[in-house]
Design a protein around this ligand. Structure first.
Ligand code: ASP
Length: 329
């Protein structure tokens, strides 16, 4: 039987609502099961794998910090190098799960065992909770030999996803996680884990040290909308932003006023990366942006572009290197 380390961080997976029908406002109770209670109550330990619960933090995932990411990466590294486990499952709130998965994938490039993030859209206490099914599927994937080809995966609702591709696309539905451009890597049904395509481990220029989180600078996201002016951009620069991610209209464009402010910021040495708010597709490295020193985020979402840019800046990458890194993802 495979041995899995389960790291609990709270979230809806561990949340206890007021009653079994409380599937909307369950955070009001503020109650999360510990990792140990969650595994004990799931009934999975000894049935589908030997699962060792490891307490980490207990919060809603909107509260995750850079320090948490650094500590979580260090914990995964330690568990990976202990030789005691076949895989690691991280129970995580769904609100920011795609960000934690993406960031771990960039800093755990050579971990020996797979790290699989999972969570739930309905609290553990609900009659219709998806938590135990997701936990079981994540343990199956974490223990599977195919998962070792990459370092970090996200498993929700019977689908295996690459951190690079997946996003939460629905506030409530159990099928909230989708990879709009490329689809899931595979799926899980019962004990059947099937990969349909592979994601390789990140190459050297996409490898960062977890210590880089200590040097992670201020990077803000400016969200475009009709009528958006320079106020937010100027405020972020005044607050000391070293990087700005522009979450632009469909093709990766902003209002004229935003473009003017972003150009001034780029000329002043702020690294500006243009992404799109639409959730899928590539932002062209356009003449308009090139001539202003504004880089393209490719098809990375604004929130994932922010993490990548912050890590590049923490590593001390020049503008040219940042440009090459974004061209690779
Ligand atoms: N509030 C929850 C969180 O920790 C939402 C969830 O887990 O689905 O992100």
């Amino acid at each position: 039987m495979q041995r899995i380390a389960f790291i609990g961080t709270g979230g809806t997976l561990a949340a206890m609502g007021a009653d079994p029908f409380d599937v909307l406002d369950y955070t009001a109770t503020g109650v999360h099961l510990s990792a140990q209670d969650l595994i004990a109550r799931s009934g999975l330990n000894g049935e589908i794998a030997t699962i060792d619960p490891i307490e980490f933090r207990s919060f809603d995932s909107t509260a995750v910090t850079l320090d948490d990411w650094m500590a979580l990466a260090a914990l995964c590294d330690d568990l990976g190098s202990s030789g005691a486990y076949d895989g690691i499952v991280v129970g995580h709130g769904t609100a920011s799960m795609e960000e934690t998965a993406w960031c771990l994938s960039l800093v755990l490039s050579d971990i020996a065992i797979p790290v699989v993030l999972t969570g739930a859209m309905r609290p553990f206490s609900a009659h219709s909770s998806d938590g135990i099914a997701n936990l079981a599927a994540a343990c199956r994937v974490a223990g599977s030999p195919e998962a070792r080809k990459t370092n970090v995966l996200l498993v929700m609702n019977g689908e295996i996803h690459a951190p690079r591709d997946v996003a939460k696309t629905d506030t409530l539905a159990v099928e909230a996680f989708r990879a709009a451009e490329f689809g899931p890597l595979g799926n899980v049904a019962g004990n059947m884990v099937r990969f349909r395509r592979e994601v390789l481990r990140p190459g050297p220029s996409l490898q960062f040290s977890a210590q880089d989180f200590r040097r992670f600078p201020r990077v803000d996201i400016c969200y475009s909308h009709i009528g958006a002016d320079s106020t937010a951009i100027n405020a972020f620069v005044a607050a000391g932003a070293s990087g700005l991610i522009s979450a632009g209209f469909g093709p990766g464009m902003t209002t004229p006023a935003e473009l003017a402010a972003l150009t001034v910021a780029a000329q002043a040495g702020v690294t500006v990366v243009q992404s799109s708010r639409v959730g899928a597709g590539y932002v062209v490295d356009s003449q308009c942006h090139r001539s202003r020193g504004i880089l393209s985020a490719g098809s990375l979402s604004p929130q994932k572009a922010r993490i990548l840019l912050g890590l590049c800046l923490a590593r001390g990458d020049s503008l040219d290197v940042v440009k090459q890194v974004f061209a690779l993802v």
